[in-house]
Write a protein that binds this ligand. Sequence first.
Ligand code: ADP
Length: 869
Amino acid sequence: SVMEVKLNLCCVFFILTAATVKAQVNPEMCRYPLGMTGGQIQDEDISASSQWSESTAARFGRLDFDTGDGDGAWCPDIMSEPGGFKEYLQVDLRSLHFITLVGTQGRHADGMGNEFAQRYRIKYSRDGSSWVGWHDRMGNQVIEGNKNTYDVVLKDLEPPIVARFVRFMPVIDPSLIVCMRVELYGCEWLDGLVSYSIPDGHQMIYRGLDVFFNDSVYDGATAQRLTKGLGQLTDGTWGLDDFLHSHVPGAWPGYDYVGWSNKTFPKGYVEVVFDFDHIHNFTSMKVHCSNMFSRGVRLFRQATCFFRSESEWEPDPMTFRPSAEPLSQSARFVTVPLGDRTASSIKCRFHFSDQWLLFSEVAFQSGSAVYNTSLGPHKHGQLFSTCSCASSGDDPTHKVDDSNTRILIGCLVAIIAILLTIIVIILWRQVWQKMLEKASRRWLDDELTARLAVQTQAFSFLRFSQSSEDGSGSGSISTYERIYPASADYQEPSRLIRKLPEFAECAEHLGKEGAEGRRAGVGSDGAPHYAEADIISLQESSDSGSITAINTNLFAGSDSTLREFPREKLTFKEKLGEGQFGEVHLCEAEDMQNFLGEDTLMEGSSKSPLLVAVKMLREDANKNARNDFLKEIRIMSRLRDPNIVRLLAVCVDTDPLCMITEYMENGDLNQFLCSLRLKTLTGGEADQQEGSNETISHSVKLLGMAVQIASGMKYLSSLNFVHRDLATRNCLVGKNDTIKIADFGMSRNLYRGDYFRIQGRAVLPIRWMSWESILLGKFTMASDVWAFGVTLWEILTLCKEQPYSQLSDEQVIENTGEFFRNQGKQVYLPQPQCCPDRIYGDLMLSCWRRNAKERPSFQEIHAQLTESR
Ligand code: ADP
């Protein structure tokens, strides 16, 4: 812990900023448990309208946190309010939070309980006095809850809530006793914005189509103007370029936008007032606008913002005009500089430049916090800029006036606060780790798997690695910090699979077979899976303090050149991304090439210092994630291939644990191809004129990328390693289109119980998985070949869409069922436009052959691709 104090100030700043950034409002990332399960929410902050008995008081309403001294759930006294909706369990989060997900569970009480809430509603409040009933985007208030006493049922809140107080209100049937355990998921709402006030949106008639630009999820008063609420402008959802369409299923045209026609505004502007929880020092405001000028919609011509800290609006507003008229019709964020003005309310007048003004999101950036970092490149700018440590690459609008003494004082206060926070974090972590250990020991005793028996029947084999095989049994109970978004590339298949009529039984039977094989650490193809064969020897010490014990094991038998790198020689440059374990930073590593020794000279390593990517384990990671992180290190330390991302060194002597890998300048392949596509598109006509030549050189380049992935996979398969999560998102792009395979973290988790435990559902990349991986849980080299086929398809479509984008998750599983039935009804991914016939017919389709043995090996794939170039 003392090491932390040694970090240089900017690093400390960064880590704290990172903690803030992590909690930002990007609904996909903002899914952290808020502390019912983990205990961060205190007993006194959990209250209820009534309770059935002392042993079922509100404080027992914590999801999956059976304290043993009560009956392990909150149960209202139904006699007090029969048949009503009035009973509630209330959680006070102590500050405003952005809540994206809720979880509920019934009263299990070690098999004695028989009560759960089949349906419930949610109410919330920001100030504790005015309450709003939550409803989904279609207006439904009632949420389907539990079907038994033990499964955790998670529900995405669409739209998400910004609130401090949340009430769970079970729909009560007088003849039944209802009990609940709950958890809230989200992150802190640092925006400080408590309400905005706007004129209600208008209706457009576009070619006979009614297009509604009202704020359909606004939660305040809706008279002439909408007041005292938040809504679509802060729901974390941005509109598409074409305002007629929306990501939201079943939405009406115009759904994503709030918009106004200039006809009703004789002064030529729309006035929006934003109210904040307290006075902030505002750097900028970002407004997401449509710019479909072919339909009379354009960005605003000018924004004039007034500021108010006390009762009066200050007389000197800030005026901003977006620079030269953009030619593209795509929707975009416009950054309006707010000149570091202090205020608790801001009133902005947005001037029309055409008939219509359409907004879908507004976010603020201020000196005391960073908001909506997903919005753009200014992620770290604010905190740094306040303390004059801004990088020169920042937006010029963020420049700081050094003579400003107010800022100087702010800086000093911030530094003191940071030092205090470090001390608190150190103390807190020690206490927290002790608590975690205690809890995990107790959970183990309880043999928690019983609760999961039902959900995992079809996938019973997925649980075997927990204790017997991966050897970390005692630590594998608790959960990951973030629950993966249901809408992303990873889906939970077990729920969907049960819908395949003939499959449940078969899956169970075959699953057991698979499990037997895996128990012996052998995959069904006879090859050891790295997840079992390689990692199990990692012994876990029950004393989490003894990192050294783990380290000794970690490096026993692994590459001896992998050593601890002195952490103070790392200088933070920028954040590269965020993954399952935490953030990935670009850093300069002083003296790295000397450290690595001569036999490992890296390309460009003659430069000093060397740029490296540092993947850090997030500060609040639990023991389970920590072990997984160490295991990923161990796997990577053994891999050495030009097409596998190279692990250079580690920092594991102190926290935060870091792995230092080579830096891949062009980020992940998925993004890279996206940007390539955009370039091609904006290159537009020129490309078309060039005609087929262009297309040919294009596909040669793309096939070159595929060759490299095949080569990396050939190497992995020569070691009998199964990657299990091959996809463009898990490949990185370096200089000169070099591609390397990364991400050896996620796949191993497929065999662990963690995902089942947290939510009764595993999240798997179903669109990349072979039919036998989804239905039978078989992961082999041949299923990696399947995923390679999908990855190749992604590359040749320039990642324009998700695989099977026209199919829902259910339909993808249904299609998997067709592969299993083999009646010729299965559908394949279509031939991409620039994919040569031979590649599609001879290669891609062969990766998706039903019979795994008939699929080509990576050696064959590599040879075939190399030839065809
Ligand atoms: P996950 O755990 O979700 O699979 P990672 O933690 O590996 O993701 O990485 C998250 C993001 O950080 C990647 O998508 C990529 O954009 C960036 N990144 C990771 N490693 C590197 C690297 N070596 N060089 C450049 N960018 C990287």
